[in-house]
Write a protein that binds this ligand. Sequence first.
Ligand SMILES: Nc1nc2c(ncn2[C@@H]2O[C@H](COP(=O)(O)OP(=O)(O)OP(=O)(O)O)[C@@H](O)[C@H]2O)c(=O)[nH]1
Length: 684
Amino acid sequence: MMPRGPGRLWSLVTDAALVAVLVTLGLVGSVVAYRSLAQKAAAQQRELLTAMGQSVVGAFDLQLVRAVESLQVSGQMFSAQGAPTREQFARYGASLIGESSTMTLLEWQPVVPHARLAEFERRAALEQPGYRVVEPAPEYQGDGFVAVKPRDEHVPVLYSWPETGAALGVDMAFDPRRMRSKLLARDAGSPVASETFGLIRRGQAGPAANGFAVSAPVYRTARPAGVDARRAELVGYVAGVIEVPELMREAALRADANELDLFVFDQDGQHRLIYSSAGSEPFQADAADTVLSVDVGGRPWQLVLRPRPGFVGAGQDDAPLLALAGGGLATLVVALAVVRSLVIRRRLERTEAVLAEDREHLTNVLAGTAAGTWDWRIDTGQLVVNERWAQMLGRTLAELEPFNVTTWERLCHAGDLIEANNALKRHLKGDEDRFTAEFRMRHADGHWVWVQSTGRVFERDAEGKPLRLAGTHMDITRRKADEQRLHDDARALEAANRQLRDLAIHDALTGAFNRRHFNDVCLAALAGAQRGQAVALCMLDVDFFKAYNDQYGHQAGDAVLKVLALTLKSGLKRSTDAVFRLGGEEFGVIFSAGSAETARQFVDQLGAALHALALPHSQSPMKIVTASFGLAWWAAPTSRLTPEAMYAAADAALYEAKRNGRDRTVMRSFEAGEGESASLAMVR
Ligand SMILES: Nc1nc2c(ncn2[C@@H]2O[C@H](COP(=O)(O)OP(=O)(O)OP(=O)(O)O)[C@@H](O)[C@H]2O)c(=O)[nH]1
């Protein structure tokens, strides 16, 4: 049964809770999967970016290391051999720059005390006419040099390879930033890179290229030990000039090929952007950035790689989203399936409840009607009945086991089985909407129980062939008995009525029709006669009957009358002929006769039959009982002929027969219409 009231509400709440838990679990699972995959994807992307970053760094790091190493070797070589000459430096520079495309210039920058500056300029001018030690003017924009300011030491560029565009004569000591890396290199005894700045290129106007110099110290002796010795022994610097865009060219190409933007910062002192592959856009830190640190000739640089929208690793971001969407969708599908199954379950529960109510209702109805039930599977012959079915026959279901359709046939009256089967066939064929039959079934104590069986097919196969039918059995024995009694009573009543009717039209003594019925029969005879048939009425009266009664007694007289009536009846020829007792000892016979002669012969036969009886009558001159006959015959009676007229005509003829001596027949014949065509004819 479907829960009602609070129970139903509770059931709805638990169902809703189940769906909510499923949805929550599904969504939480999806989010967890999303986060896990997203983290994994982010880690993979970081790994990928790091690997790419290393590839990008590798694009310049090796060259840079080579350049620094070359400068280191250069510094050591000049320390061992002494300061280079112009030719030496040109040769050396040509081979070094040729090997390394990282450095755009290689310079020899001797340290010149101020006191020897003039001497230095004079000597240099011998080699390089017009050589002067200068420094950029304050308003320097690629050109504009002024005489060098007096300071303790000058570090002018003496030689350069190549010389074109080189900052020959420029005293690097003018700029403390430039000098910082040189002094560090001097003290360390190894090359040190400067920070980046606008490169000074003499003879080249326009914006200065962004670059830096790696300076390697050159001492008077090879490898002086300790800072003081290095400071005392220092004679100058071999400096390699490196342009940042040139250094980053290959790295930027690699970054670009991988859809990455590259930013380079110099981290020494202030965090300064020295290169950007993204043009002049101001740099804003981003969560997707991958940061790598690189040592550039002793300076800490920082490379920032930022994935662009088309980054090769970006596609991996789809997996978490797909997991989230797939998980959400799966949760939705599962939730819908659960809701659907819950809805179906509810519908089933409702249907079951309705069925249970129907079943209860049906059980009550059946209990009220005391009907037996049956359910017959036609294909298997299996018949299922209820206990009441068996009780009706004074039996139990257990007694009837094994039970099937032959059990019914065995218990059914053989005389009713055929009609019951015929009714069944009519229903199965579809001729009748339901099966109804009444038959007798054998009760356990031997008597017959009348059963009314009603049912109908309720299951058919795909072709409409009946598979199962079910119905009820009602005990109608009492009704049948009532019907039989009614039937018997009706028959008795009918018989009584018939008797009454007979009595009403028959004479009680002789059994002949009485005078009352005479008119009806006459009219019927006339109705037939008017279709062209002739009609005859014969009246007869026992002769000397008073005397007979007197002689033999009234009862004997009655007996004569009975015998006479029988004799007359047995003489009749047709079913329409009839004998009447018209009064006392007077009788009438209506009969058909095609001709007057036939009519006369018929009456003669009646008279002869009476004679043949030879009933003794001592008081009659004939000594036997005789009668006088008056016969009237109409060849073609018209509608004007009435029973009274017929009676009168026959009576008149009888009168004549009496008058003429009795024991005879007088005949009147009417050949056409009612007009008498033949006068009295004495027959005997
Ligand atoms: N036994 C008996 N006699 C009857 C019955 N009905 C009438 N009769 C008698 O029939 C007699 C008729 O007598 P009548 O009319 O004088 O005629 P009849 O003696 O036969 O003389 P005719 O007819 O002239 O030959 C009467 O004595 C009646 O009593 C009856 O039902 N039974």
